[in-house]
Design a protein around this ligand. Structure first.
Ligand SMILES: C[S@@+](CC[C@H](N)C(=O)[O-])C[C@H]1O[C@@H](n2cnc3c(N)ncnc32)[C@H](O)[C@@H]1O
Length: 215
């Protein structure tokens, strides 16, 4: 089991990117967000994708286990914030953004009642198989009906290299999100841009983007 809090303390955050994800930029319109709509970013780390969403005029609700990550997000982006202790979470509030610092599985419907979209990059695929099932079920339970979602996954021969990030193929996405309407928007092999996998002799690494809709 990955010790995420320790990874943040040790600076082992190789997944973090300093620029917005190109697939978010490409497919954000498919979320059909209204002006000032709220996007839920599960397992958000200190993702710059949240800054991108704010810059587009949207509101953001995140959840993240590591207080180091949440502190870093607000400080590095110079976003003023206040901190409040609640039952299961330490709640960080900035303008148009709230991050619940604590366990995703402790979130409930009332935390997310204003959410109209979900953005998952490196969240589902950060989890081992048994937790992915729990993650998808919990997500369905806590987000409002009519929520739309962008899900970014990686798929590669799992036997050739260990995760995280874990390989998640289309069949698994279909099974995990069977209660959602689902469409694959894009899938391509990007092994040439993934030196770690290339040098390990991994055959391929597919990057897929899915649009999901909770009916
Ligand atoms: C691979 S990182 C991805 C972060 C972010 N989505 C991004 O794209 O940069 C996964 C994050 O999930 C957080 N995490 C793992 N399990 C969690 C849980 N049960 N509740 C909240 N956050 C969790 C970790 O601390 C880590 O920051």
């Amino acid at each position: 089991m990955t010790d995420w809090i320790q990874r943040w303390k040790d600076g082992e955050t190789g997944w973090h990117r300093d620029t917005p994800n190109t697939r978010l930029v490409k497919f954000i319109d498919s979320l059909q967000l209204r002006k000032a709509g709220t996007v839920f970013v599960p397992l958000c780390g200190k993702s710059q994708d949240m800054v991108y969403l704010l810059e587009q005029g949207y509101k953001v609700i995140g959840v993240e286990l590591s207080a180091d990550a949440v502190d870093a997000f607000f400080k590095e982006n110079a976003i003023p914030y206040t901190v409040q202790k609640a039952r299961d979470f330490t709640v960080y509030n900035g303008q148009n953004i709230r991050i619940f610092c604590g366990d995703y599985f402790a979130l409930d419907t009332y935390h997310l009642e204003v959410v109209s979209a979900v953005y998952d990059r490196a969240s589902l695929i950060a989890l081992p198989e048994e937790l992915r099932t729990k993650y998808a079920q919990h997500l369905y339970d806590i987000i409002p009906s009519n929520c739309r979602m962008l899900l970014l996954t990686l798929n590669y021969p799992q036997a050739q290299i260990s995760g995280p990030p874990f390989a998640v193929d289309e069949t698994e996405v279909n099974t995990l999100f069977e209660r959602f309407k689902y469409q694959q928007l894009e899938c391509f092999n990007d092994i040439k841009n993934e030196p770690k996998y290339l040098h390990a002799g991994v055959d391929f690494i597919e990057k897929a983007t899915y649009y999901l809709h909770k009916k």
